[in-house]
Each structure stands twice: as C-alpha cells, then as structure tokens.
Design a protein around this ligand. Sequence first.
Ligand code: ADP
Ligand code: ZN
Length: 721
Amino acid sequence: MTRARVLLLTAALGPLDYRVPRESEAPLGSVVIAPLGPRRLGGVVWEDASFGAPEAVGDNRLRNLYEVVPVPPVPAPLRRLVEWTSDYYLAPPGAVLRMVLPGVAFADARRPIVEYRATGELPARMTPQRTVALEAIGDRQGMVRELAALADVSEAVIRGLINTGALEAVNVSADQPYPEPDSGFAPPDLSDEQTAAAAQLRDAVHAEKFDTLLLDGVTGSGKTEVYMEAIAAAIDAGKQALVLLPEIALTEPMLTRFTARFGCEPVAWHSGLRSAERRRAWHAIASGDARIVIGARSALFLPYARLGVIVVDEAHETSFKQEDGVHYHARDVAVMRGHFEGLPVILASATPALESLAMVEAGRYRHIQLPARFGGATLPDLAAIDMRQNPPDRGRWLAPPLVDALADRLQKGEQSLLFLNRRGFAPLTLCRTCGHRIQCPNCTAWMVEHRLVHRLACHHCGHVMPPPRLCPECEDEDSLVACGPGVERVADEVALRFPEARVAIVTSDTLWSPAKAAEFVDNVEGGLVDIIIGTQLVTKGYHFPNLTLVGVVDADLGLDGGDLRASERTFQQIAQVAGRAGRGVKPGEVLIQTRVPEAPVMAALVANDRDGFYAAEASARKFAGAPPYGRFAALVISSEDIDVARGVAKRLGDKAPVAEGLAVYGPAPAPLAMLRGRHRFRLLLHAPRSFDLQGTIRDWVGSIDWPTKARLAIDIDPYSF
Ligand code: ADP
Ligand code: ZN
C-alpha cells in the first residue's frame, strides 16, 4: 500500500494522508481529488512541508484518494513557492494553493462550454428588463450566469431570452490551441541606449538562472519595447514569458502592443475573463502552449510548464499588494518565484519603489537605466500652482492658470488630462441645517455621491443607496450639499467653462472592462476627446502623442493621513501622470495644484530632482526604522460583535511578545474601525529587518483561544496604515 500526503484546497487544514489505490500512481505534485468527510476536495500530493505534517493515522484508517486529475503535476519549485508564501505571509497553505489551482483546473478542457449570443431576432413580447439585457449584451457572448451579471438582470431573464430565440447557444471549445508568437514579427529599431539595456535582459534570459533586474527608465523611454526583447529571447529558447500588470484596464492596450510586436495576441489572465476563456488559458499555461501571458497579480501563481522570464510592469504600484484573502505582494513573490525556479525577474518602472532601489544599492538587483525619452521627446516641464495665491472661484476646483492652460490647448487642438484620484461626484454629503454627514451603515466611511448613476456608494463595501431628498437626521428638505470634488464634479466644471470641449471621464466606474478601456484608447487616439478627467487609472501605460497638458487637481490629497509611504506615493503618482504629457513631438506641460508648494515632495517634482527626493526619503525612513530599513506587521481582529473584537484584541494585547528591538502598538481601533459590518481592532508590530516577526506572531496568536465569532487577518509588510 502507498500513502500520499495531500495538501487540500482549503484554508482550514494542513496536509492529510491518504491511501493511493494500487492501480493508480500519484507521484509528488500530482493533482488529485480526495475525500474530506462527505466532501470531495481538490489537492496536491505534497512532501513533508515546513508548515507541518499531519497527525499520524494508522494504515487501516486511511481513506482512498478518489482520483488523479489528468493535468501536469505541480512542479517542486512551485510547491516551494506555495510553502514560502504561506510561511512568509502567515497564510494557510491551502489558500495559497488555490491560486495555483483555481476551479477551472479541475474542469475537463476537452468538454465544450455552452455560451449564448444574440441572434438579432427580438422576442415577440419585450419587457423593460429584456430590452436592458439585450442592449447590455450587444455582440458579446457568455454563459447564462455571466450574461446575467453583465446586464445586471436575473438568470431567469436570460433564460427567457433563450426560450424566445433572441439568444442562441454556441459551443466554445476550451482546448483550441493559441497561436504561436513570432519573436521576429516586428522588432523595433532600438536606440543605442535601448540596445544596451535589451542586451543585458536577453543575456539574463539566456543564463537561465535567478537574477533580478530593475529596468529603471523615465516615462516614454521605451521600457516596454526593451523588455519585449527579453520576452523574444524567452520565446526563441522555447520558454514561456509572464508579464504582470497592476491594473486589468491596462491589459487591453498591452495586448494590442504585443500583437503588433509578436504577430498574435498573448494570453490574458485576470478576474474579468469568462469561464471559457479562463479554462482555456489555465490549461494552455499548464501545458506550456500559452507562450506569452499577460495578467493581473493572480497570474503569478499559475503552474507554467516552462517559464523563462517574469516581467513586473509598473513595479512600484501598490495595487500589486493583495489586501484581502492571502495578503501577498506580487512584486516580492515574483522575485521569490524567480529564485525558486532559477529564472530572471524584470521589474520595470519610471519611479521605482524605495524598496527596489535599496536592493540595487545593496547589490542584490541589477540596475538598468534609460534616462532619456525615445525619439528625442523631452520630459515635460512641471510647475506648481499655489492654491493659496490662486484660489478658484467658490464651488470651483480649477485655479485660473490651469483654466487658461486648458483654454490654450483647446484652441490649439491639443489634448489635456486632469488628474484627481477620487471617483464619483463628491466624497461627502453634508446637511447644511444639522451638520449630519451621510455615512455607510457597514463601514467607518462617508458615502460617495455618484451623480452619473444617481446613487451614493461606499467605496469600501459597495453599499449603494439612492441620494436622499431629506436629511436622514433632521428631515430638513433641500439641505443636503455635496462637499469636495470627485472627477464627475471636475467634469461639470469643465462643461460649464468649456461647453464645446469633448470630455472623457476615466475611472473604474467607466473603464470596468478591457473592452471599455480599448474604446477609450480608440477615442483618444482618434481625436474624439479634448479633455480626459481621470483617477490613477490614467496615470500609467497610456501613450497619447497629442496630449500636451496635465493638470493635477489636488496634489495634496495623498499627503493626508499617517501613511509612511505618503510622500513616496505622491511623488510616484504625480511623476507618472506627468509622464503622460508631451510624449510625441510637442512638448508637455504639467501644472500641479497644491496648498503646500514648499513641501519637499512638491519641490522635488518641480525641480525634477528624483535622486534628491529618494535620498531624503531614504534617510527619513532609515531614521524611523521604517521599510525597507525596518519592518511592520499588522494584526487586525474583527467581529460583527464589537465586544468580542475588543475582548480578543485586549487579550492578545495583554500577551504581547516582549523582545529586544520589537515594539507592539495597540490594540486600537483599526484605521477603518468598521468594515463590511465588522468591527476592527489592530495591533501593529515594528521590528528591525533581522527580527523573526513571523515566528513571534505564530507563537503569539497560538497563545490565546479564539472565539469562533472573531476573525484574524495578518498583514506582513502592510501598505495601508
Ligand atoms: P515606457 O514604457 O518607458 O513609458 P514605451 O515602451 O511605452 O515607454 O515607449 C514610449 C513610446 O515610444 C511608445 O509609443 C513606443 O512604441 C515608442 N518607442 C519606444 N522605443 C521605440 C523604438 N526603438 N522604436 C520605435 N518606437 C519606439
Ligand atoms: Zn461600506
């Protein structure tokens, strides 16, 4: 009889032992289905792991594995990565493994999926919901569930449309091969600088060993063109390449660029995929047929058969940090994957994270620089508008110099971009009579007015309500006023001042799908847009040659609050959005509206003094023992019952570990004291780099009894403070 130790796809348990029936073999890494009580669960045959072995169970009590799933086994380096991620982020290994083996891994790739699409015939009986659904579906297709979600109607409405013949079934095969990219399809003529950088990247791919390369080039220097050479080298060597992007809205323009360079569309992996696409992509990734994969951070854990290089684009972006479930940082885990698999990892950025620059300084990463824009385009001029001296009119947000600059661009037929990192119309609705502020019932957060869709929404839990007519507190009529600007309100002001201007609002509300993002790019490139108004979604990736003016509506927005990375993030965000200006032959201008032009970050931006800014920031962090020179970890205890949460936090606080160099702060209400109906208390740990934070936390958390009503979230190297 053979035993197999299996790590199941559940967060609740470590590995368990099973009996392997004689006739089937299950070597290490095999993907299997195993019984757990009455359930059937997926899992992977595992060795004794750092996260512990199961209790010894006698041979006679072992249960049989149900089956070995006919997909490639999970290779040893990827198993090590799962263990490392679990150990480092103190996350259940089964939860990490689920990112390697999402549900589609267990679906038979040969079985077609039935999707539906419109036939063009209208049902004899039209209802408002049917009209809405057909309009939303347009020429897209998907499974019943997906179409219902797309149109925001019930599945019954979709089934009704199928029965009337307005929608027809299409079989989608999930094992269709993807086209092969051609590394020589349309290689660019690289500049001398680019050629030198590309050669280093190619060499790293050919070396087939672990290496981290920081591709540090100003916006528009051609980083994408250069890292594509590394991808071409990987393709030529018969390998796969993975490109991680911070935002799914960026996927579509990237797919287009890759198609232009390699002759066919790469394989996409992100949360917006349909089931059929997801299944096809997963199986092609695991078999090695998907040669170039472009994806969001969740693409990082997939079981590539022959990975040759990982590129993390816009590597400084904080959205690579996953903030729920397994709290991991995709950039850092990408480097670990390179380490375990022996392959190079390229971090591309115009404004690298201080962490990455510190690794360069420590000699751990190679620094590859592209200091100039490609093709003689110059970097834009940055200037601050002191809002204390140039106040906008009451109830307006654009200062006179910015308004003049917009008028100038409109008159010249050039495009402008207004950046404000706030979705919606106004961040706060206030009663003029009694001072009541409309708050989310589930979170410690204000409801944000979204006037375009006529709703108030909580940006933390998604709760929505119609805008109330009366103040919910004093019941006064017409006393509610919007406070502060969001992008929609800036758009209103632009419409008032420049009624002839064609405006595009770009936020996750308007660019919620890759198709919408593609449409936006087409409109801007086609000259159908004069002024883009957007959140951080427009700060990266886009290349619009006719865009010559960038206005930062409120540069001080990110500086409030106690975030230790506030200055760095502000610098990165403004440098990135500034990088959208003047990318073609016409030079760019950037106007930064601020009330603190004397703040070091604003001064550095205006003086184009990146090195000075980073040096000052590094010494401030060093002095405070902040990352990358020291480490933080956060423990957040939450419960629907505030007394339970407070009680557990207090008991944990009473047993706080004491050690040389370690500081424990709290418990105190977490920065979001209530989130999704759960009360939250936080303990914050601060320690030197060398301190064993994980071991300390493991012992500490294990030292108290946890009531079932309380939940613990551990955040190693937290980004939100
Ligand atoms: P970055 O990623 O550094 O911002 P990109 O790779 O997006 O820069 O390049 C900016 C623009 O310049 C893009 O439109 C790109 O196609 C173009 N470009 C860069 N290098 C070359 C080159 N060697 N030949 C032709 N076009 C290039
Ligand atoms: Zn909420």
